[in-house]
Write a protein that binds this ligand. Structure first.
Ligand SMILES: Cc1cc2nc3c(=O)[nH]c(=O)nc-3n(C[C@H](O)[C@H](O)[C@H](O)COP(=O)(O)OP(=O)(O)OC[C@H]3O[C@@H](n4cnc5c(N)ncnc54)[C@H](O)[C@@H]3O)c2cc1C
Length: 483
């Protein structure tokens, strides 16, 4: 059935029986694990939004593959308006969860694979595109979560995949069978992979003719035999183990997560392979996935930015400084930076164009400008929030001190600020700011803003390529009548 509710998603996730190594232990029933459950709730929110009156029209759309009503998180964009709505939906999810809700990476992978398989079939006579249509139609109908897995470990960055001392440092085909291939390698930093039903695995870089074994794109269920998950740590993550009564985690309900996924000689059946040795297409796939994902950050990071701005304005009020000129001006600056990222996300969507396969692609130059801004502006927002919040975001006592009869009166007396503000509320807001600028939330808000969808240099290279510098020079020559 399409359009699951959050609780149905969680039940379906549990039925997969995924296991992972988490802090030195082999863990089962991952959705119930206190380190992981906040991230499951964040994904569940993407399902519930399709059922709430105020968001259902934004989160629901019609499938181009089967005509059914589907969740927009599984949609193949059919217009520039669809691309704009994607960014607005992501901003809403960021507002709602204050963290990474993990579901856009698979959406971005699907839209890239859809058009690249079409072009591959045209150029090489393969039949990947109808195969992918069939695969993705099922994802839409069952409303599944799909992880997008691109990033290889990459070993020595100065060497190509074929020149690494260990060829597995880029995921590759190690055996070809009549009915599929066997792959070995790993994908790092996988957002929400253990909260997903499926994964789409893609090559991480452009490849040469001698690197056919690395030119492999495929999909697998996340509970495939031989795929192993090693959970990623986040700053202050063990605060999530302290239980719901504690507000030290900062974000009381939601959180993000990443894993290292290891592929130990995993069989991929033929019908799940979407690229296999066509090296010329791998660079195109990387570029296209990256462009969609760079657009995504113009929505999701902006949504989290709204939460940080709100928390900063609230703490200023609680501290009694909200009317000070420099505070108001700094909050205006935060809004300006946040809306600039949003403007880029909307602009690259509004100028989107159809691919040969018929789905819509973002404007490449503007998507890269969007992400390059995202590598900087959240850091400035975090700096301004830290300035306004004061030093307590780094030195607050534990919430346990509020339960201790000896310390509680001191905390209430000496952490009091503006008249009428409950000390416990002030502490909660400070903890949320701490979470986003220096705690578990900073993984998505700051570190992912820097490196997710590619480190800044990757965007600068694309901007250099797309910036039409010769056309600009010719414009000047025309203006000045220079031959
Ligand atoms: C929170 C988070 C979530 C993520 N989620 C996902 C996900 O869901 N799926 C996914 O596939 N990936 C994901 N990523 C991975 C992300 O795309 C990579 O982190 C990014 O591409 C950078 O790769 P890297 O981390 O290996 O850093 P590196 O590639 O090592 O880059 C580090 C620095 O070295 C420079 N550098 C690298 N290679 C060279 C070179 N050859 N020459 C000169 N300079 C070089 C870079 O420009 C950068 O400045 C995520 C990352 C983070 C942090």
């Amino acid at each position: 059935m399409a359009l699951k509710k959050g609780e149905e998603y969680i039940a379906s996730l549990k039925s997969l029986g995924l296991e992972a190594n988490v802090m030195g232990k082999r863990e089962q029933d991952l959705p119930e694990h206190p380190l992981i459950s906040p991230s499951v709730r964040a994904v569940a929110a993407t399902f519930d939004c399709a059922h709430r009156d105020e968001t259902r029209s934004l989160f629901r759309t019609c499938s181009s593959l089967n005509g059914e009503e589907i969740n927009r998180f599984t949609h193949l964009h059919q217009s520039a308006e669809d691309l704009v709505k994607k960014v607005m939906m992501q901003r809403h999810c960021g507002n709602l969860t204050g963290c990474c809700f993990q579901r856009c990476v698979g959406l971005d992978a699907a839209n890239a694979v859809f058009s690249v398989t079409y072009e591959c079939d045209q150029e090489h006579g393969t039949n990947y595109h109808p195969r992918f249509r069939k695969y993705w139609s099922r994802i839409q109908q069952e409303d599944l979560v799909v992880d997008g897995a691109m990033t290889d470990p990459k070993g020595d960055r100065a060497k190509r995949p074929k020149d690494q001392s260990d060829p597995d440092l880029f995921l590759r085909v190690v055996e070809r069978k009549r009915d599929g291939v066997v792959v070995r390698g790993a994908k790092l930093h996988q957002t929400g992979m253990v909260n997903s039903h499926e994964m789409i695995v893609m090559p991480t870089t452009n490849l040469t003719l001698e690197e056919k074994d690395w030119a492999i794109c495929f999909a697998l269920p996340t509970n495939t035999r031989g795929v192993k998950y090693i959970y990623g740590r986040q700053a202050s993550d063990t605060r999530k183990l302290e239980g719901l009564g504690s507000f030290d985690a900062g974000n009381p309900t939601f959180g993000g997560q990443e894993v290292m996924a290891v592929f130990e000689d995993v069989f991929v059946p033929e019908e799940r392979i979407f690229l296999n040795g066509e090296v010329g297409l791998s660079g195109r796939l990387v570029e296209r996935f990256a462009a969609y994902h760079r657009q995504s950050y113009g929505g999701c990071k902006v949504g989290v930015g709204d939460v940080l701005i709100g928390a900063t304005a609230l703490i200023a009020r609680m501290n009694g400084v909200e009317h000070a000129f420099h505070i108001r001006d700094k909050i205006v600056e935060m809004i300006h930076l946040n809306e600039t990222m949003f403007a880029c996300g909307i602009a690259c969507s509004a100028l989107g164009h159809p691919t040969k396969a018929g789905n819509y692609e973002v404007d490449l130059l503007l998507a890269n400008v969007c992400k390059l801004n995202v590598t900087r502006f959240p850091f400035e927002l975090a700096r301004l929030a830290t300035d306004i919040a004061g030093g307590l975001i780094g030195t607050l006592p534990s919430s346990k001190e509020m339960e201790d009869p000896v310390t509680e009166p001191y905390i209430k007396k000496y952490l009091a600020a503006a008249q009428g503000v409950a000390v416990v509320d002030r502490i909660k807001v400070l903890r949320l700011i701490e979470n986003l600028v220096a705690g578990a939330g900073a993984v998505a808000y700051l570190i992912e803003s820097m490196h997710g969808a590619g480190s800044p240099m990757a965007q600068r290279i694309m901007i250099g390529r797309q910036g039409e510098i010769e056309a600009k020079i010719n414009r000047v020559k025309g203006l000045l009548n220079i031959s």
